[in-house]
Write a protein that binds this ligand. Structure first.
Ligand code: FES
Ligand SMILES: [Fe+2]
Length: 346
């Protein structure tokens, strides 16, 4: 039987430090959506892993750009929230940047001989989009976003979901008392669905034969059909749950056009930040949306108690590792191999 990763990896600060460097640094991260920058002269702040980010659309050229949201003077974030502005002014000493990242003015800089204004623009990050979804990459030489997304956009297209017709609804946020890998691993198996998510399992057939698991590169996909005895209102007859290593979850429930997307971000070895942006097709009514949100909130509560319980168990330090069910938990095996390989422990 296959073993899990060593349990010490879920609590050791040194492992997290190496994961930040070897797993997250070069990964594309979902930061937000185009609805947050609806026209030239707008911006929004977000984060890519633990790096604060600001995404902008400069008025001059209407180009979508991303920068590290850290003032080049002494490090204060230059932008907060989202909005319409011609410039970003750091609240600390009022250095002012254009939405193209250039430093426009710095109070008293004329008193400094040879003040290198041109060299003190915001640090750029790579930015890319898929439908309304905005991704950022802070590595020096990122692979194209399309390569990172693999077959996920095609699978979603095949399901009949048009991502370009989606309208943003809400962002859900949570902090969980569990290592980020536990949160990802919980996402990657539905072996617990029958036991822990009765409402979910009543709608989606989670049996091994019906519930399809597949991996392709860094992408892990779960496709669950609606149970035969359930009549579901809507054009999507299957659910799709995608996971893009290292930490992105994408959920589509059967029914009307819907998607929720967001990362699982390590804060400390025993704490994880999650957010999920919910989008719905432009003609999906409020009742259907409310019902799905309530259903998903219930599943979320059930998952919180599972991952936090697992973390307490692993952190007890009594057992060295656990075991994986070869068939039902194959996606966890895939996640763990990718993670171990990135850490040079394959
Ligand atoms: S830290 Fe931004 S102006 Fe000083
Ligand atoms: Fe779950």
């Amino acid at each position: 039987m296959q073993s899990t990763l060593p349990y010490s990896w879920y609590t050791d600060p040194e492992i997290l430090r190496r994961e930040q460097e070897l797993v997250f640094r070069s990964a594309w991260q979902y930061v937000g959506h185009l609805g947050q920058v609806p026209e030239p002269g707008t911006f929004f702040a977000g984060s890519s892993g633990r790096t604060p980010i600001v995404v902008t659309r400069a008025r001059e050229d209407d180009e979508l750009r991303a920068f590290v949201n850290v003032c080049r003077h002494r490090g204060f974030p230059v932008a907060e929230g989202q909005g319409r502005r011609e410039t970003l002014q750091c609240p600390y000493h009022a250095w002012t940047y254009g939405l193209d990242g250039s430093l426009r003015s710095a109070p008293r800089s004329e008193e400094e001989p040879d003040f290198p204004r041109e060299e003190l623009g915001l640090l750029p990050a790579a930015v890319g989009t898929w439908g309304p979804f905005v991704f950022v990459n802070t590595s020096d030489d990122p692979e194209p976003l399309a390569d990172a997304l693999g077959s996920m956009p095609a699978q979603i297209d095949e399901l009949g979901l048009d991502v370009d017709d989606l309208v943003f609804h809400t962002r859900w946020e949570a902090e969980l008392d569990a290592n980020w890998k536990i949160v990802c691993e919980n996402f990657l198996e539905c072996y617990h669905c029958q036991v822990a998510h009765p409402a979910f399992a009543a709608v989606i057939d989670t049996s091994t034969d019906a519930y399809a698991l597949s991996t392709e590169g860094r992408l892990s996909s779960q496709r669950g059909p609606v149970r035969e005895n359930v009549r579901l209102d809507g054009e999507l007859q299957r659910s799709q749950f995608h996971f893009l290593w290292p930490n992105l979850g994408v959920n589509i429930f059967a029914g009307r056009p819907n998607i929720s997307i967001g990362p699982m971000v390590p804060l400390t070895p025993d704490r994880t930040y999650r957010f999920l942006d919910y989008f719905f097709g432009s003609d999906v009514g409020p009742d259907w949306i409310d019902e799905l949100m309530a259903f998903d909130a219930q599943v979320g509560l059930e998952d919180r108690s599972l991952v936090e319980g697992v973390h307490r168990g692993l952190a007890a330090g009594v057992l060295d590792h656990g075991v994986l069910m070869g068939r039902s938990e194959q996606l966890i095996g895939h996640f763990q191999s990718l993670t171990a390989a990135a850490l040079g422990q394959a």
